[in-house]
Design a protein around this ligand. Structure first.
Ligand code: PHE
Length: 336
């Protein structure tokens, strides 16, 4: 009988659980009322003194081993989400998953950066949490400028969430290396009510070129090239005089969308022109606040909303659609 028990111990030890042999099959075979081990205990009861003692010890070992293997397997099966253990079917086709794709804002940002890089602009980035000096002061904002107001700006203690990427201009000019030719994308924040047309955060891309003899003609030519590349050859452009504290003169640039569709009449408010960006010659005060000699150097800067351009490009009517991360929307941009 001892030999039989030793053999069973080896068998229980080596028992392989699989598709057809789960914890319950194991229990029925060894531990149930009619199981092998239970039957051995019945035989064991009929043994006499000396034999009983030696058999008893190893029979108990066998029982303990079987119970622990059963418990362990039972637990594994309970933990397995679909209740199957080692039951994977190697013949099933591989799950393909959803292919990832760039977010439409990133697609547009990449394209914008690429266009300016071909003109020799380098990529630069700055922090989203800024101090007053970089977001306003060095950019020639008056102490009482309304943009500093609680209404527009999110404050974090002594800091602000940058309200535009123009702060990165300052950070780069302060480094003291000229000439500078930079393209600077990033997220910006404004304390505005969220609606189809505005959000409390959005994205801008800023351009800056500082060197000797940089003129407004250079600015116009650079932006003209960008428009032809991004919106298509032959796209008409116009500049309107405007005001920003950090540029002088300042302008806004529009592109001609036309009035031939209902959509274009709505988007252009009946003018046919779409506002695309703000720009101008870097104000001498700004150059000087960054330690740049404004007698020797001039520069131009421009800034545009990436979200707005993305909406125009893809016909997205609600800015919030860009941020809900609905896979049905995002998947349309796979491979774009
Ligand atoms: N910072 C301006 C804005 O947020 C845009 C701008 C950038 C204008 C650079 C001129 C020069 O509206």
């Amino acid at each position: 009988m001892i030999k039989q028990i030793e053999l069973l111990k080896a068998e229980v030890e080596a028992f392989v659980f699989d598709k057809n042999q789960n914890a319950e099959n194991f229990r029925l075979k060894y531990l149930s009322k009619k199981g092998i081990i239970t039957e051995l205990f019945d035989q064991f009861k009929q043994l006499g003194g000396e034999e009983k003692r030696s058999v008893g010890a190893i029979l108990n070992q066998l029982k303990q081993l079987a119970e622990s293997r059963w418990q362990e397997q039972k637990l594994a099966e309970e933990n397995d989400a679909d209740g199957s253990v080692n039951q994977f079917d190697t013949t099933l086709p591989v799950y393909q998953g959803l292919p990832g794709s760039a977010h439409p804002l990133k697609i547009v940002e990449n394209r914008l950066v690429e266009i300016f890089q071909t003109l020799g602009f380098d990529l630069a980035e700055g922090p989203e949490v800024e101090d007053d000096e970089h977001n306003f002061g060095s950019l020639n904002f008056a102490e009482d400028h309304p943009a500093r107001d609680m209404q527009d700006t999110f404050f974090i203690g002594d800091f602000v969430l940058r309200t535009h990427t123009s702060s990165v201009q300052i950070r780069e000019m302060e480094k003291g290396k000229l000439p500078l030719r930079l393209i600077m994308p990033g997220r910006v924040y404004r304390n505005e009510a969220v609606s189809a047309r505005s959000n409390c955060f959005f994205h801008q891309i800023e351009g800056l070129y500082v060197d000797e003899n940089v003129s407004f003609a250079d600015l116009k030519q650079t932006l003209y090239y960008f428009v032809q590349q991004f919106f298509g050859e032959g796209t008409k452009v116009r500049f309107r005089a405007s005001y920003f504290p950090f540029t002088e003169p300042s302008a806004e640039m529009d592109i001609w969308a036309g009035l031939d569709t209902e959509e274009n009449r709505r988007l252009t408010k009946g003018t046919g022109w779409l506002e695309v960006l703000g720009c101008g010659m870097v104000h001498p005060n700004v150059l000087e606040s960054c330690g740049i000699d404004s007698e020797k150097y001039t520069g131009f800067a421009f800034g545009m909303g990436i979200d707005r351009i993305t909406m125009l490009k893809y016909g997205i009517n609600d800015i919030r659609d860009l941020f809900v991360n609905d896979i049905r929307m995002l998947s349309q941009f796979a491979g774009v």
